[in-house]
Design a protein around this ligand. Sequence first.
Ligand code: UDP
Length: 323
Amino acid sequence: MKILITGGAGFIGSHLADRLIETGHEIYIVDNLSSGSMDNVKHHQNNDKFHLIVDTILNQELMENIVRQCDQVYHLAAAVGVKLIMNRPVETLETNVRGTEMILKMANKYKKKVFITSTSEVYGKIMNGKNSPLLLEDTDRLMGSTTKRRWAYACSKAFDEFLALAYYEEKKLPVVIARLFNTVGPRQTGQYGMVLPNFVQKALIGKPIIVYGNGSQSRSFLHIADAVEAMICLMNESNAEGEVVNIGNTEEIMIKDLAFMVREMAESSSEIEYISYERAYGPGYEDMLRRTPDISKLKRLAGFEPRHKIDEIVRSVIDYYKI
Ligand code: UDP
């Protein structure tokens, strides 16, 4: 098949491209390299089944041309990461809303199946309690005020979901919507604030590992290989059309424990320092104390369960940064 991956030079997109190429597909990537990088895809440059177009997904003529030629579209291009969202809110909103609008419009014109990549951020701050139930796809969402910038990202992605579902229902466009939870692994950069690459890079150079808040907030980390597997399974499962599906892991870890684990596994003598959220992100930041998905829908539809445990995940990131 010919497959378009928007944002295919990014962390997740490039791993998805690797896997799809491995299984014999021809890949087209459109990426403006804003957070993606040539390094992530340069190993394919002499492969005639790999095509990288460095441009914005807002280029209508280009997108029309490529979508028309392809059989499937994975839409990953987005402004990602909390730091980027806090620093460049206009870009976040425009890319996430208008970009998805463009992709869905083109996919609908040529009736091509689309995978819309959403995020666990859309749940907002719903899961704050230690004993609250896991997040289900139809759990009510809880957003902060519009004066708090971090929620702009969540709302832009929620709009993408609404729009994709509207295309499915009204225009019969085959769409699959996935909410990715904290996905980590080789190639993820710490530049946009993500916790694991930041901890690992600091540990490897013996600089302080910085934990925000008191570190008792927890996350459930999913290895990139599991994420990619789940995405492909869902895309090719007709029962997943018109569905919103969590892709994540259920194993939880507190951020302070992650800091200790990274330090130990990296054989580092880094200090572990705690700083306030305000110092880390500036004013107006609200963090989730806990965010763990219910993945029964993913298991049911894709017949898939994450395979990588947290220690293997941490190890893969240490190995990547060590070289
Ligand atoms: N975090 C941290 N130190 C860092 C980066 C992040 O303590 O250097 C915390 C952050 O406040 C959050 C958790 O780690 O509680 C996960 O952050 P990340 O940005 O990776 O993902 P998200 O906040 O979107 O879950």
